[in-house]
Design a binder for this molecule. Structure first.
Ligand code: ZN
Ligand code: ZN
Length: 336
């Protein structure tokens, strides 16, 4: 187990306050660029701006109000949420290094200048984060009980940057632990190859590449504006429009675009769906939920009951079928 103080430091390094502020302001600037029609002659008044960024129809809807509540919940509880990750990447890295040493008898590290080892570490940790995001997200759509917690995020019927915060705490805990494991594996392999000293390059205490990705992409991942990277660029990077497709209720869009910033893992595993350059009319949400998914009970408590039901169903099916639990990786969204 990692020391709780270390955990908080490592996890908060993914989203320190300075980064959050910088990212939020860049996201705002980008949204303004898309929200205000080009060639507008008259100066834009504050009220008009606010309406463009957070349209009244979204703020007044049950889904939009729930996102505001999730945002406040996130701000109030984020400090304790950080402690919910059970293991740190250092904890994983330490154990994996011990295993590698036991297997290969600690060979001499490859001698390279420190900047090369630093660059490899920076890249490895960024890729590890992106892979953990893809893997955790794709499992959240394919494993019944995980979907019941992730479903909370998908019940949003409109997407704004506040939807970033609409994540069930269990979903957050699962992701943090998977990200810590993935970063730990990457860290151990780089240390094993290039020696134990040194880490990756940091900006504001955050992995430099993760910092840039967060500033330029993460805060805009959810946006009601169609900001699209179609064509070749969209095969490398995931735009907000890619993520709107991920949220679409249309069946052909289900289980597509699981990644965070890079499209490479979606491409590699065949889950990439390119958005069009021009706005596609999409509907968001999850159909067939028997309770109000925007209220506190529906959002926080019911997922536990739904997940328990899923586990019981899977257990019954396994008992009837015998020990052949090879489930096809089918979408869970149709029978939410
Ligand atoms: Zn999802
Ligand atoms: Zn989303």
């Amino acid at each position: 187990m990692g020391d709780p103080a270390d955990l908080a430091a490592i996890l908060s390094s993914w989203a320190p306050p300075a980064l959050t502020l910088a990212a939020a302001s860049i996201a705002l600037a980008l949204m303004l660029r898309f929200a205000i029609p080009r060639g507008r002659k008259r100066p834009v008044r504050g009220k008009v701006l606010l309406r463009a960024l957070l349209p009244a129809r979204i703020v007044r809807s049950a889904s939009g109000r729930a996102d505001i509540a999730w945002f406040l919940f996130g701000v109030l509880f984020s400090a304790s949420a950080l402690g919910w990750a059970l293991w740190s990447s250092e904890w994983f890295a330490g154990h994996i290094l011990q295993g590698l040493d036991a297997l290969f008898g600690s060979p001499a590290p490859i001698a390279v200048p420190a900047w090369i080892a630093g660059t490899v570490m920076t890249l490895a940790l960024f890729l590890a984060y992106e892979f953990a995001y893809w893997l955790n997200h794709s499992l959240s759509h394919r494993v019944g009980w995980m979907w019941e917690f992730h479903k909370v995020h998908h019940t949003a019927e409109s997407l704004t940057p506040l939807t970033n915060f609409r994540v069930h705490p269990v979903d957050t805990i699962l992701f943090f632990n998977m990200a810590a494991a993935s970063a730990g594996i990457a860290m151990a392999l780089v240390h094993f190859a290039f020696g134990r000293g040194g880490g990756g390059f940091l900006i504001h205490g955050t992995n430099a590449l993760t910092f840039l990705a967060t500033i330029l992409f993460s805060y805009l991942q959810h946006s009601h504006l169609w900001i699209s990277l179609p064509g070749r660029a969209g095969r490398w990077l995931l735009s907000p429009a890619h993520h709107q497709i991920h949220h679409s209720v249309e069946e052909r869009h289900h289980d597509r675009n699981f990644g965070s910033t890079l499209a490479i893992f979606d491409r590699l595993f065949g889950t990439l769906h390119l958005p069009a350059a021009k706005r596609e009319r999409l509907r968001f949400g999850v159909d067939g939920i028997a309770y109000d998914p925007h209220g506190p009970a529906g959002a926080l408590v019911m997922p536990f009951a739904d997940a328990a039901r899923r586990i019981a169903q899977d257990f019954d099916a396994t008992k009837k079928r015998g020990p052949a639990p090879e489930r096809p990786l089918q979408s869970l969204r149709e029978n939410a």
